[in-house]
Design a protein. Structure first.
Ligand code: SF4
Length: 765
């Protein structure tokens, strides 16, 4: 029986140096320039940084490894096509700090696990393959060949392929993702969980069932010409900052903007374009016309209340509010929806939403008057038990207006990871469609498994049940990104071998299986030379544009490999002489793209079209009103408002990011827009709740979540009084992920419910 290493799974509970100031009303502007310069000068030097940033998101450059916000099809900004957080993302990759074999000799995994995630991440780029033997505390250097042999030997030793799981983070390029899923299917399993399982899986499920495609229907140009944009459960100022430019263009074209969020975020309020001196002098552009401070998960109630008012107006003047021609020609279920709206109690919906009736009536007027409407959303809608229904309700209100599949209108789930949408398109899914597997088998002469695999939450449960012996992670930081952190950590420690393909150090390198291997890979901004010459990869953004990305920087070490090369090597080592020619895929990524063209629809002439400077759009049935549903029609859905009750005295917690954070990567200790600096163990709480609960600001508390009679505890948080909807609190992840129960998931998508966690506060002694 192997003894588990005594590593700390949770981030340390000690406080740093909290400084509070007034929350900002404006986003970007000069402070973003200052912050950008500070980050690049600290990590790589200003000159090198500016030279590199000038290539980011440019047509002959490389794609930002941050979020998946699209680049303009036409002219890109000569001053820079990136935001502050994109610059932070690239500063992390291009940092001059190095994690060398000596670093690992000095620091045991036990010691490093007591560091904050910020400190772990700031250690730098990993320079050589490393191996952590069973029972050992220090990683030791290993050769690539020995690493591949160890992995191949472990895979071949398994009783069945489902004892292995292969995770993907959304930074993985199309070429690496396609090769990775091929490796996994040739090996014989569909255990391909990915980060989408934890973020937009509810969007994929809700959209596929209603409009036939799990992706958004709008393009960037649609946002510019929209009459009404509603931003729900999203904080673009921090998570998709260049979206603010598009919102400003919409405003300048006469459009209206409504933001729906339990917190009034600076990025939804005023945008100060840092590339426009006049805007800086004038103080920027007011973006939001109506801010609705919805209660956490009050979104369906809000949309139902608006639909009731729309129906009232429609019945007074038929055909002036609803697009009856569109409804008749392109939809199913209208009558059932209207019957449900008719019997829904307006006042009850207003109460459940937590928003003043007068505000709802103002916004309803916009829905009644406008024809070209876009609804944008992120985790605030998807990470709920009813996450899939939240998306279906969004589609309902757009279908009533015929606001899909025409210019200026449609659905806009904004992806948080640069290629998370592309990975799914490449086949990274535990529930693959048979026609895709048929294409793979026919093209490669393999026999793909048909039994569906495990998603992220199921993979953790499978590890807990000791059904998983081998777990590979293509990028990411699984331990910090997943719910129920303590349980997840213990689950991963049940594995015999874990393998991380990574650029930088993170907590998942410290909480591992009995044996662990780190395979250090090239980053998006690194140049990638293979036998056939300099390579480029491709990615797909939130609007379904596939485009090329070519790194420029000399890699931080000569002992790194690209993700496609690593996968090809593991394939060759595991399968030896097989129908799949792995080495040719390593030598020239055009070969991988030819395979993609042969097996995935929409990639005709891939190698030719991906070389078009702005890339190409993938087919999108919803965008063209060719709904790829069973009967070719879009579906209305009858959705119930959730109205989940919490125990007297308990609060609803949502986990959020700071402005110095990208997913689990902590760039810095500040949350500038919210006026919270130097500390991450804080709980943002409504002043009235602080008072009614008998606390004071800055009191130190423990947070206890309650779920199905189970309790989970996160110790030592400071109360920060904040403008958040009453009865709701916000905390940062990964610190609060320990409170999110593994079994608390969205129906129909299994997405962890990180936005609705029932908690109580206990005074810390
Ligand atoms: S908006 Fe997103 S993709 Fe664009 S530069 Fe910022 S982080 Fe990168």
């Amino acid at each position: 029986m192997t003894t588990k290493r005594k590593v700390q799974i949770l981030p340390p509970e000690n406080f740093e140096n909290l400084k509070l100031s007034k929350a900002k009303k404006k986003a970007v502007g000069v402070p973003a320039i200052v912050s950008t310069m500070r980050h690049i000068s600290k990590e790589m030097g200003v000159w090198k940084g500016i030279k590199l940033l000038n290539k980011m998101n440019q047509k002959d450059g490389f794609d930002c490894p941050g979020c998946a916000w699209p680049d303009p099809d036409g002219k890109r900004s000569g001053l820079g096509e990136y935001c502050e957080n994109g610059a932070k993302a690239i500063a992390e990759e291009a940092t001059s700090k190095r994690v060398t074999p000596d670093f690992f000799k000095k620091h045991s995994v036990e010691e490093m696990s007591t560091w904050t995630d910020y400190k772990i991440g700031k250690s730098g780029r990993i320079t050589h393959p490393m191996y952590l033997p069973e029972g050992a505390s220090h990683y030791e250097q290993i050769s690539w060949d020995d690493a591949f042999q160890k992995i191949a030997a472990k895979l071949k030793s398994l009783n069945n392929p489902d004892e292995a799981v292969f995770y993907t983070s959304g930074r993985t390029s199309n070429e690496a993702a396609f090769a990775y899923q091929l490796l996994v299917r040739q090996f014989g399993t569909n255990n391909l969980p990915d980060c989408s399982n934890m973020c937009h899986e509810s969007s994929g499920a809700g959209l596929s069932q209603t409009v036939g495609i799990g992706k958004g229907s709008v393009t960037l140009d649609d946002l510019y010409e929209s009459e009404l944009i509603v931003v729900m459960g999203q904080n673009p100022g921090t998570n998709h900052p260049r979206m603010l430019t598009a919102l400003e263009k919409c405003k300048k074209n006469g459009g209206k903007i409504v933001s729906v969020n339990p917190i009034p975020e600076a990025g939804n309020n005023v945008f100060v374009d840092p590339q426009n001196p006049l805007a800086i002098i004038k103080g920027g552009t007011q973006l939001t016309d109506h801010y609705l401070q919805v209660k956490i998960n009050g979104d369906v109630a809000l949309l139902k209340a608006i639909m009731i008012l729309m129906l009232e107006a429609e019945e007074k003047a038929p055909g002036t509010v609803f697009d009856l021609d569109f409804i008749a020609e392109f939809t199913n279920g209208y009558d059932e929806l209207i019957a449900d709206v008719r019997k829904t109690d307006f006042n009850e919906m207003v109460a459940q939403s937590g928003i003043a009736e007068s505000q709802i009536r103002e916004v309803a007027k916009l829905f009644i008057a406008k024809q070209k409407i876009i609804i944008c959303w992120a985790m605030g809608l998807t990470q709920h038990e009813n996450g899939v229904n939240n998306i279906k309700e969004v589609v309902n209100i757009l279908l009533l207006k015929g606001s899909i599949g025409k210019p200026g209108a449609g659905t806009c789930p904004v992806r948080g990871h640069s290629n998370v949408q592309g990975d799914r398109t490449m086949g990274i899914w535990e529930k693959p469609k048979d026609d895709f597997l048929d294409n793979l088998d026919k093209h490669f002469g393999i026999q793909s498994p048909r039994k569906h695999g495990v998603d992220a939450v199921e993979s953790i449960q499978a590890c807990l049940d000791k059904k998983v012996k081998f777990f590979m992670f293509m990028g990411g930081n699984f331990i910090s990104a997943t719910p129920d952190s303590q349980l997840t950590g213990e689950a991963i420690q049940n594995c015999e071998m874990t393998v991380q393909i990574s650029t930088k150090l993170n907590r998942s390198h410290l909480v591992t299986g009995n044996e662990a291997i780190i395979l250090p890979c090239l980053a998006r901004s690194d140049r990638d030379d293979q036998a056939s010459g300099l390579q480029f990869v491709s990615v797909e953004n939130s609007m379904g544009v596939v485009h090329k990305s070519q790194g420029r920087l000399d890699p931080p070490s000569n002992d790194l490999m690209s993700e496609p090369a690593i996968v090809a090597k593991i394939g060759a080592a595991t399968f030896g002489d097989s129908p799949v020619n792995w080495s040719e895929m390593e030598e020239n990524y055009d070969v991988i793209r030819n395979h993609i063209e042969a097996t995935i629809s929409g990639f005709e002439n891939y190698n030719k079209r991906v070389r078009i400077p702005q890339g190409f759009y993938l087919p999108n049935g919803a965008r063209d009103r060719k709904f790829t549903t069973p009967d070719g029609k879009a579906n209305f859905s009858v959705i119930e408002a959730p109205n989940r009750k919490v125990k007297e005295g308990n609060l609803i917690m949502m986990t959020i990011r700071t402005h110095d954070q990208y997913n689990t990567t902590i760039y810095g200790m500040d949350d500038r827009y919210r006026g919270i600096e130097g500390e991450r163990r804080v709980v943002l709480m409504n002043k009235q709740d602080i008072k009614s609960q008998g606390f004071k600001e800055l009191d130190v508390v423990h947070l206890v979540s309650e779920f199905n009679g189970e309790e989970r505890k996160a110790n030592y948080f400071k109360i920060v009084a904040y403008d958040i909807a009453k009865g709701c609190v916000a905390t940062y992840f990964p610190e609060a992920n320990v409170l999110v129960p593994l079994k608390s998931v969205a129906k129909g998508s299994n997405t962890p419910v990180s936005k609705f966690v029932e908690i109580r506060l206990e005074k810390a002694n």
